[in-house]
Write a protein that binds this ligand. Structure first.
Ligand SMILES: Cc1cc(NC(=O)CCC(=O)O)nc(C)c1Br
Ligand SMILES: [Fe+3]
Length: 242
């Protein structure tokens, strides 16, 4: 089927393959995170940005869901992003879908060498920090083996200047004497282990800050997490019946 593939598609695939094998895998194994600029290229990148802006302008991005405290106070300051979840098949998210297929290809090219069996991912979370100084407190994406093993974030912010706009993603690599400050630049793809190796925070943002995140599941860990969850709810059922 290779010879049937148009030249461009073939060239694209081999570019992704060398990105995966020569850059992503070594960086993830050595440092635990990696980012690449110009992932889609200007034209496709702008198409994704346009679709995200349209989602934002038609009010699709709601305030990030927060577990309400017992006193009902919603810690808006903890998480200031507005989000929506897309799977890419919705009308108006075709460019987002194209992005997701490329990230899927890139990750699938890496998994063999990462010693992980990644066969599934979350839907895509489209996030917007409105630029009112909101950020996201330091946290670990997957602190308790819920199955998420790799976090991929695609940034969409043209002419971002952290000195003026803040909004840095600061990663605190576990056990390392340094932090990594990553600017949320247009057409930048960031990949990192979702577990305790990479606590991270979004510093207060003073301009509109868009990002699209997907989480890839390690199938063993995911199955184990589901089993634990089933037991948990099963027990709680027993507990509740008189
Ligand atoms: C919903 C949700 C969002 C995020 N987002 C970030 O960490 C921000 C990354 C960035 O925009 O640079 N993390 C978790 C663990 C959950 Br859950
Ligand atoms: Fe996070």
């Amino acid at each position: 089927a290779q010879d049937k593939m148009p030249f461009l598609q073939h060239a694209l695939d081999s570019q992704l393959e060398s990105l995966a094998l020569e850059q992503v895998v070594p960086a993830l194994l050595d440092r635990g995170f990696f980012y690449v600029d110009h992932f889609l290229g200007d034209i496709a990148g702008h198409m994704v940005l346009g679709q995200v802006k349209r989602m934002h302008s038609c009010g699709l991005l709601n305030d990030g869901q927060l577990a309400r405290r017992s006193d009902g106070v919603c810690r808006r300051s903890i998480r200031g992003d507005q989000i929506t979840w897309v799977n890419g098949t919705e009308r108006g998210s075709e460019a987002v879908n194209f992005l997701l297929t490329l990230i899927d290809k890139l990750i699938s090219l890496c998994v063999g060498r990462l010693g992980k069996s990644i066969r599934a991912r979350s839907k895509a979370m489209v996030a917007c920090y409105p630029g009112n100084g909101a950020g996201y407190v330091k946290h670990v994406d997957n602190p308790n083996a819920d199955g998420r093993c790799v976090t991929c974030i695609y940034y969409l912010n043209k002419n971002w200047n952290a000195k003026e706009h803040g909004g840095l993603l600061r990663i605190f690599p576990e056990g390392k004497p340094f932090v990594a400050d990553i600017e949320p630049l247009f057409d930048r793809l960031l990949i990192f282990w979702s577990d305790r190796r990479n606590p991270h925070e979004v510093q207060p943002s003073y301009a509109t800050r868009y990002a699209i995140t997907v989480w890839y599941f390690d199938s063993e860990e995911r199955a184990e997490a589901k089993r634990k969850f089933r037991d948990l709810t099963a027990n709680s059922q027993e507990g509740s019946s008189p």
